[in-house]
Design a protein around this ligand. Structure first.
Ligand code: ATP
Ligand code: MG
Length: 183
């Protein structure tokens, strides 16, 4: 699954609409301290369904919304869209009718967030499964946060198995089985 473009509107420090094209191969993000490099990775994880505001370096989910600066008022909404190349048609059946998937998460202050795939409202679960099936997602080992290497080294065998399962792309199957067992 190749993310080909990332669009941010009012997400953290990205108050101006920002769009990044992600080419195939290695991409480096370079810039001075505090310019928003980590915020970009957080935008990726957030759009894939991250539910922990702590891991987004906030104290509430609304903290991803632009909070204002000296000369600019705060915003009331934030939105991130991931454009995914689906030319190989590997997406789950319900989304598999186009070459590009547009996955959008939008949050409104004090009203929570909502997801859309190709403009249609979907549940958080659908987005989570979409990425888990592709062996990626908000919690996937494909996105290595600071401190994570140390966590994996000192993980219990059970925790390490989860990392391996995420990497193998079977996490989506486990989520579905878990849901079925709860019914
Ligand atoms: P470093 O090189 O130090 O790791 P970085 O490029 O990763 O820096 P980030 O941590 O991504 O920088 O960006 C931090 C900046 O984002 C800070 O200036 C912070 O004030 C700003 N920021 C974070 N959340 C918000 C928000 N909700 N509204 C406005 N600005 C925000
Ligand atoms: Mg950083």
């Amino acid at each position: 699954m190749q993310i080909s473009r990332l669009r941010l509107l009012g997400f953290k420090s990205f108050v101006e609409p920002t769009e990044l094209v992600i080419e195939q191969g290695l991409t480096g993000v370079v810039g001075p301290n505090g310019c928003g490099k980590s915020n970009l990775l957080e935008a990726l994880r957030w759009a894939m369904g991250e539910t922990s505001y702590k891991s987004m370096r906030g104290s509430a989910m609304d903290d991803v919304i632009f909070a204002g600066a000296q000369d600019r008022p705060a915003r009331n909404t934030a939105e991130v869209t991931l454009f995914i190349d689906n030319s190989a048609r590997l997406a789950p059946a319900e989304f598999n009718d186009s070459d590009v998937l547009e996955v959008t998460r939008r949050i409104e202050r004090e009203a929570g967030s909502a997801y859309r795939v190709n403009g249609k409202d979907v549940r958080a679960r659908d987005v989570r499964l979409l990425f888990e099936d592709a062996a990626t997602g908000a919690r996937s080992p494909a996105l290595v946060q600071q401190g994570r290497i140390g966590e994996i080294v000192s993980a219990t065998p059970l925790e390490r198995r989860r990392v391996l399962e995420d990497a193998a792309g079977v996490a989506g199957l486990h989520s579905r089985r878990h849901e079925a067992e709860l019914r």
